[in-house]
Design a protein around this ligand. Structure first.
Ligand code: AMP
Ligand code: TRP
Length: 336
């Protein structure tokens, strides 16, 4: 049998995890855990690159881990851990800093965008992609599932890996591939079906369905969803009907039905009102068991922390020897 591919997923504990994240990413990760060797890392150190409230960051970090577990990430099958629990990430980041030209980082579009919006730019924000490269490279990951916005960072990771391999004349790092979900897999904003549902817009009521939203809030968001002035309930790529198409797509994704079956379910609907309530109910039912598991996990953080300590121990066994070997290659004296 071929060796299983290694997949590294990094998730920022920013809160506002929404239906798009679940349907476009987390659910698929959970469903395919057995096919690959998976690392799921809550990247709290990356969150420190912009100002954070300490208590909130601590809460969001555990909350993100609990969401992943509630959505079906199985710690028996996958390694789930918090980035800052594994010192190899920061230690190895320094080593990678010392082979990464500054110009490569100054060219990153996310750095340019984020730094243009801030008065004082932290060094960590510039260095963010090197920390991310380490996350990926210290586990020999073959695949990195990311949104389009992170593709450039995975390309930089490839450049850093190749540069290191060339400098030391060995195939030490695996050169990873970004895995980008297809556009059709996107969940769009309920208030504006021309933009994708996103964490940064999710504080605006009616834009997103957040995984932890209570049922009445979910119903509210769907009832206010933007549609069109017609009354035809069918899949369509007409931009005019993007709202209805998005609602049908969400319904299809949560029920697992085919397109014809989905349209048949709404054949007797008396208008978009019925469609909206039907989709809301299907989403509420899908999220109900996830929310119940989430609240159980957050009610007993001792058990959650124990699971995370186990994940960190597993992660250290892989990444620390890799970083130690880098140190040796780069001319550092290893302690006895
Ligand atoms: P982000 O929210 O940008 O951190 O994205 C985390 C993951 O969720 C990425 O793999 C994205 O591709 C996926 N994702 C984010 N927003 C959506 C969306 N609106 N529809 C589908 N997938 C999404
Ligand atoms: N930068 C990624 C994001 O904002 C998060 C991340 C950090 C990551 N380390 C990673 C993603 C490693 C994939 C692999 O979404």
């Amino acid at each position: 049998m071929d060796k299983k591919k290694i997949v590294f997923s990094g998730i920022q504990p920013t809160g506002n995890t929404h239906l798009g994240n679940y349907l476009g990413a987390i659910r698929n990760w959970a469903a395919r855990q057995a096919e690959k060797t998976n690392y799921f890392c809550v990247v709290d150190l990356h969150s420190l690159t912009v100002p954070q409230d300490p208590e909130n960051l601590r809460f969001q970090t555990r909350s993100m881990a609990a969401i992943l577990l509630a959505c079906g990430i199985d710690p028996q099958q996958s390694t789930l851990f918090i980035q800052s629990h594994v010192a190899a990430h920061t230690e190895g980041c320094w080593l990678l800093n010392c082979v990464t030209p500054l110009g490569w980082l100054q060219r990153m579009t996310q750095f340019k965008d984020k730094s243009a919006r801030q008065e004082s730019v932290l060094t960590g924000l510039l260095d963010y992609p090197v920390l991310m490269a380490g996350d990926i490279l210290f586990y020999d990951a073959d695949e990195v599932p990311v949104g389009e916005d992170q593709k450039q960072h995975v390309e930089l990771t490839r450049d850093i890996a190749q540069r290191f391999n060339a400098l030391y004349n060995v195939e030490f790092f695996v050169v990873p591939q970004p895995i980008i979900p297809p556009v059709g897999a996107r969940v769009m904003g309920l208030d504006d079906p021309a933009v994708k549902m996103s964490k940064s817009l999710a504080d605006k009521r009616g834009h997103a369905v957040r995984l932890l939203d209570p049922p009445d809030e979910i119903l509210y968001a769907f009832k206010r969803a933007v549609t069109d002035s017609g009354r035809e309930i069918r899949f369509s790529d007409d931009p005019e009907k993007a709202g209805v198409n998005n609602l049908l797509g969400i319904y299809q994704a949560v029920t697992g039905k085919g397109q014809a079956e989905v349209e048949a379910d709404f054949a007797a609907a008396r208008g978009y009102g019925d469609l909206k309530v039907g989709v809301a109910e299907a989403v509420i039912e899908t999220l109900r068991p996830i929310q119940a598991r989430y609240h159980d996990l957050m009610a007993d953080t001792a058990e959650l922390d124990r699971l995370l300590a186990h994940g960190a121990a597993q992660a250290r066994v892989i990444s620390q020897p890799k970083v130690d070997e880098m140190k040796r290659m780069m001319g550092l004296v290893l302690p006895r």
